[in-house]
Design a protein. Structure first.
Length: 86
């Protein structure tokens, strides 16, 4: 399968240095994910709050990239596959 959502990639810049919602509530996270449509930073599904996936559910922004040092993978929620983001 080939991801048809690469045209939604608009940014590689983070809005914040941590999970936006967790930072507001004083909560913690495990790993961070960057929304490639708007720059939202959310916590991963291993985190208690799963804000990256909740952001996808609320906005439909399909592609996230790991915001962890040394990781360079991206994921399309819609196609449920790892994608190569330019």
């Amino acid at each position: 399968m080939s991801c048809s959502h690469l045209d939604s990639v608009r940014t590689h810049r983070r809005n914040t240095t941590g999970c936006e919602e967790c930072m507001k509530t004083g909560d913690t996270w495990v790993h961070l994910r960057l929304c490639r449509s708007c720059g939202h930073v959310g916590c991963c599904d291993d985190s208690r709050n799963r804000h990256a996936t909740k952001h996808f559910g609320a906005t439909g922004h399909p592609i996230i990239t790991s915001a962890e040092p040394g990781e360079d993978w991206s994921w399309c929620y819609v196609d449920q596959e790892v994608v190569d983001v330019p």
